[in-house]
Design a protein around this ligand. Structure first.
Ligand code: CDP
Ligand code: CDP
Length: 217
């Protein structure tokens, strides 16, 4: 039997996590799990319920009533909330961009997502994937510290802000970096560091693919 492999990718906003993880998922038949989209989906749901990141007691009261499910589409895991698929445009909207990194540090919210994220390994197994590639801010440090491979993607702030602008998205990359800083530092520890400031996406994917292929030998 081929071994099940877990690849963790962490890094700051627009460091290339999603594009890289998507390419790896195709190349190695891995389930692609974008945990940022989970934090975004829950933030969007809390905003819909008229809550702000400061409404701590109300957020803690609301969390148990948010029912999380997963639908696999192609090679990607999509979160469902109360049986509804999440709206891709809504989770990338400006209100979510501006609040997600302030909702994300709430310990009760992170705790509510912990088992759900670890459970994606079972989702991958039950769908016949060879493994999973999960991206976020704490994958190699908290979710799968024993991952077979742990990568940290870095790119200069200016380059990352430019990437977001090129996508036509309004995003305060620097502000989110500051809010995410503690988790970014922890997830970088002991990870394979890839600096993509001057690399194309294809070059990054080639570099990481070589390391994954070596691991699978
Ligand atoms: O795509 P981008 O890198 O801009 O962000 P994202 O991965 O969609 O994550 C959105 C926000 O969710 C981040 O700025 C973090 O505040 C939070 N997040 C987190 O705290 N832990 C994760 N594992 C993933 C995301
Ligand atoms: O998931 P994350 O926010 O870390 O980044 P992404 O959404 O994968 O990448 C943000 C943008 O940067 C996308 O448009 C990528 O095509 C681009 N990119 C790039 O220009 N060069 C790289 N080495 C990696 C990503």
């Amino acid at each position: 039997m081929t071994p099940f492999i877990i690849v963790a990718i962490d890094g700051g906003a627009a460091s290339g996590k999603s594009s890289t993880a998507r390419a790896l998922s195709e190349r190695f038949n891995l389930l692609h799990v974008d945990t940022g989209s989970f934090y975004r989906a829950i933030s969007a749901e809390l905003l819909r319920r008229k809550l702000t990141p400061d409404d701590l007691p109300a957020i803690c009261a609301a969390l148990p009533s948010i029912r999380l499910g997963t639908r696999v589409n192609g090679r990607t895991a999509h979160m469902e909330i109360d049986g509804r698929p999440i709206d891709a445009a809504e989770i990338r909207s400006q209100p979510v961009n501006e609040t997600v990194a302030r909702f994300a540090p709430i310990p009760e919210l992170r705790a509510a997502l912990l088992d759900y994220q670890r459970g994606q390994a079972d989702v991958a197994r039950s769908h016949g994937f060879r493994g999973l590639v999960m991206e976020g801010r704490d994958i190699g440090s908290k979710i799968f510290p024993d991952a077979d491979l742990r990568f940290f993607l870095h790119a200069d702030l200016e380059e990352r802000a430019k990437r977001r602008r090129n996508e036509g998205l309004q995003d305060k990359v620097a502000e989110r970096d500051i809010l995410d800083n503690k988790r970014l530092l922890e997830s970088a520890k002991g990870a394979i560091m890839i600096d993509s400031t001057n690399l194309t996406l294809e070059q990054v994917v080639e570099k990481i693919s070589g390391i994954v292929a070596e691991k699978l030998k």
